[in-house]
Design a binder for this molecule. Structure first.
Ligand code: NAI
Ligand code: MG
Length: 376
């Protein structure tokens, strides 16, 4: 039996293209692994009313981790309209499979490295090395939302908070509420993960990015916890920044920042901004990590207009493979893969369209695989 069992989840659109690229590289890396394909994505929503069927959850439970491509998702009305006719009107509700995976497997940490590989024409600067730690299960993404607002909830809110008074007369169907739920444990876990990473990799600062002057309770809790945790890491500075100002600082002096840590929604936004500084969607990878399981993915979507054309950049996917190797404890292979990627970027002979080239997704994968072997 292979040493590792890895769930293989291409999903939709270019998810399949970039997973084919990943396989080319993994085969050369010679990882002692078995890859087990699983159903996920839009096709299964349309046919079965569930984009993440139970059999896929069962499959994941029998594996060490998963490699995931991308999925298509659409707003409520469109989702309902594309459901198989016999499933319509039966109360099926689309929920994002990646959000569900994070919650079901408690993949509480989202790690997004945003490192500039020198020579990439898409780099904002060549000396950027930011890593975003995003809490992955709470905050505005907890999924606790109301529309229309149940009367009981409105009444409780009005009774318990003076600032609710000005909404009290809004008709219940004309008000929507999403709860921002943040726990001390959630804050502590993500902040500790960020500090541990900074310590291991020699980063000198961790910046906690929030908005405590306005979101006094939720962001306030995160900041208070960060200050406590920071005491255990005296060699690392804790910096505090407001999310809005941070967006400006990241454009002004991105080279000054190392590890950033934040809650789910802010992390979603700031990690896209940071990713764009180092090549954009073609370079943005993420690890979703829990205590016992992890899912690795490029952060781009299914890019339907390029589906099946093998045009898109597989680097984000290959960087996700690197994160997976590292998490599995295959550090030497992970480092060598990163070096192979950096070499291909620097040499610039094989590039997809987004980098100004005309190589295919698979050309890039073959070139990275070749460099990987050469570096051995
Ligand atoms: P997208 O990320 O799929 O693509 C946006 C554009 O970015 C593409 O048209 C393409 O020009 C470029 N792009 C994306 N990946 C690239 C790559 N690897 N190399 C070069 N260029 C690349 O985002 P979009 O168009 O907003 O969403 C398409 C579908 O994907 C939607 O259904 C959306 O809900 C879903 N989505 C899924 C995500 C996931 O699976 N994690 C994340 C984001 C969107
Ligand atoms: Mg995002």
């Amino acid at each position: 039996m292979a040493k590792y069992r890895i769930a293989w989840l291409p999903g939709d659109g270019i998810g399949k293209d970039v997973m084919d690229a990943a396989r080319i590289v993994l085969d050369k890396i010679d990882l002692d692994a078995e890859y087990l394909p699983g159903d996920i994505g839009w096709e299964f929503w349309c046919k079965e009313g569930n984009p993440l069927p139970d059999r896929t959850i069962r499959l994941l439970k029998e594996t060490d981790c998963a490699l995931f491509g991308a999925i298509t998702s659409k707003p409520k009305e469109e989702a309902e309209a594309e459901l198989a006719p016999e499933l319509r009107g039966k109360g099926y509700v689309y929920t994002s499979p990646i959000v569900r995976l994070r919650q079901e497997f408690n993949l509480r940490t989202n790690l997004r490295p945003c490192k500039a590989y020198p020579g990439n024409p898409l780099n904002y600067r060549d000396d950027i090395d930011i890593v975003v730690f995003r809490e992955n299960t709470e905050d505005l993404y907890s999924g606790v939302e109301f529309h229309p607002l149940p009367k009981a909830v409105m009444d409780i809110l009005v009774q318990n908070h003076p600032k609710m008074a000005r909404f009290a007369s809004v008709p219940l169907e004309e008000i929507a509420v999403t709860l921002r739920i943040v726990t001390r444990k959630g804050c502590e876990n993500i902040v500790r993960d960020a500090f541990e990473y900074a310590r291991k990799r020699g980063y000198r600062s961790v910046t906690v990015v929030e908005k405590p002057n306005v979101l006094r309770e939720t962001s306030g809790l995160m900041i208070r916890v960060a200050r406590e945790v920071a005491k255990d890491y005296p060699e690392i500075q804790l910096w505090e920044a407001n999310i809005d100002a941070m967006c400006m600082w990241l454009l002004k002096n991105p080279q000054d920042y190392g590890v950033l840590v934040t809650t789910n929604m802010f992390g979603d936004i700031i990690s896209d901004l940071a990713a764009q500084l180092v090549g954009g969607l073609g370079f943005a990878s993420a690890a979703n990590i829990g205590d016992n399981y992890a899912v690795f993915e490029p952060t781009h979507g299914s890019a339907p207009k390029y589906a099946g054309q093998y045009k898109v950049n597989p680097m984000a996917m290959l960087l996700a493979v690197r994160l997976m190797l590292e998490w599995l404890g295959e550090q030497e292979k992970a480092d060598r893969l990163e070096q192979a990627i950096a070499t291909v970027v620097r040499e610039g002979r094989v590039r997809t369209y987004d980098m100004g080239g005309n190589s295919s997704t698979l050309d890039v994968a073959h070139e990275v695989a070749r460099k990987y072997v050469e570096l051995g």
